[in-house]
Write a protein that binds this ligand. Sequence first.
Ligand SMILES: *[C@@H]1O[C@H](CO)[C@@H](O)[C@H](O)[C@H]1NC(C)=O
Ligand SMILES: *[C@@H]1O[C@H](CO)[C@@H](O)[C@H](O)[C@H]1NC(C)=O
Ligand SMILES: *[C@@H]1O[C@H](CO)[C@@H](O)[C@H](O)[C@H]1NC(C)=O
Ligand SMILES: [Zn+2]
Ligand SMILES: [Zn+2]
Length: 452
Amino acid sequence: MVFACSTSSLLTDMDLIKWFTLLMILLNFFAAKPIFSYSNSFTSKFLDLAKEPNVVDWMVDIRRKIHENPELGYEEFETSELIRSELRKLGISYKHPVGVTGVIGYIGTGKSPFVALRADMDALSMQELVEWEHKSKVPGKMHACGHDAHVAMLLGAAKILKEHEKELLGTVVLVFQPAEEGGAGAKKILDTGVLDNVSAIFGLHVASNLPLGEVASRSGPIAAGSGFFEAIISGKGGHAAIPQLSIDPIVAASNVIVSLQHIVSREADPLDSLVVTVGKFHGGGALNVIPDSVTIGGTFRALSKESLIQTRQRIEQIITGQAAVQRCNATVSFLDEEKPLSPPTVNNADLHEYFRSVAGSVLGINKLKVMQPLMASEDFAFYQEVIPGYFFTVGMENASVERLESAHSPYYKVNEDVFPYGAALHASLASNYLLKLHEGVPVVEGKYNDEL
Ligand SMILES: *[C@@H]1O[C@H](CO)[C@@H](O)[C@H](O)[C@H]1NC(C)=O
Ligand SMILES: *[C@@H]1O[C@H](CO)[C@@H](O)[C@H](O)[C@H]1NC(C)=O
Ligand SMILES: *[C@@H]1O[C@H](CO)[C@@H](O)[C@H](O)[C@H]1NC(C)=O
Ligand SMILES: [Zn+2]
Ligand SMILES: [Zn+2]
């Protein structure tokens, strides 16, 4: 009886709520402020659409095909063809090739304003060790960073947006880019000029250690900028027992490496994150010979472009200076052709507010988490140097099923339940952004990134 009684009082409350909601809608209507109700209906509708079994199955199918046939940076020919064939089926026009294998799709009016959504397409050169039906069929290549999932989710967003094309107040630009993993594919796309008139760009990455249905990100630096170096330290080879007739590059290189450690420990602001790692040391071979030269190399990471450039200068000075102390000569290369300096990924502060409002209405405000910056790097940074940009992570952990290995592990797995969230967030961020611009609401004020 208690139950029935409370139910009936609940009903009364429900009626009240209904009337109140109706009143609010009417007030909103007469106050001529359609943004609030419009954007909310847009976003909740998109998540429901993205969760429809036919959309989910379609995304899963695409992702598994790409997973079975991983392709490395600038070799994503079949992945690119698969994307184009799906775009054709959806009736979405595109440009190709853009940056070797890249595909740029267009949904909406075909006119300004333009807002871009980005997915990366490349795999890694490593052997998949997960045994499952759709395991990589290419020995030594694997989608171990979720880029197969990123493509599937952007296609999911494309499908949803295409169904609502008439409501779009501008053009959504779909960016399927090559070579994120160290190949600066984003820069290659930018260099073609296809994104010249884009007002804002959004990108996402799946996250193994964040619960499903949650997103994490932050304003400002979210991932580090990175650079690489290699140095040849030359001395004079000779007999190990007659050191006075040689100039030992092994001892010189060892001193260089110790001195490099002082950039982080003694020169950097302890609150400004920095990494200098020497990962390569090649020299000598015989146990009784002092070699002529030694090659060392490594990487450096920083959360601001200023620190990155400063670190690069100091690495060069320390290697040549410390080698000279040991009577050796050194030549330093920063591999600008093969591994160009990648800037830090810095989220625009205004877009952070915008993201919170949209993602909050798609997922619920309690699903938005603050992310610590990572010292890994993400080439989305190249877009952010020239276009206001925002990068976030989408959780795929379902603790009741299994723990997921982190990216770049040979045991890496994607939880495909994440797809509707990624697709709906992409679609909502783009469509609402066009709406805001149409309403004349400036989302981004002033310069994009003061830091860059
Ligand atoms: C960008 O806008 C300018 C000026 O309207 C136009 O000339 C140019 O073709 C546009 N570029 C792209 C890639 O749409
Ligand atoms: C270093 O370079 C100078 C100038 O080229 C040369 O004279 C000297 O022999 C070199 N020293 C070593 C250890 O290679
Ligand atoms: C986690 O997985 C279980 C089993 O498949 C499922 O019932 C549950 O809904 C999933 N959790 C979320 C948040 O989707
Ligand atoms: Zn990666
Ligand atoms: Zn990645």
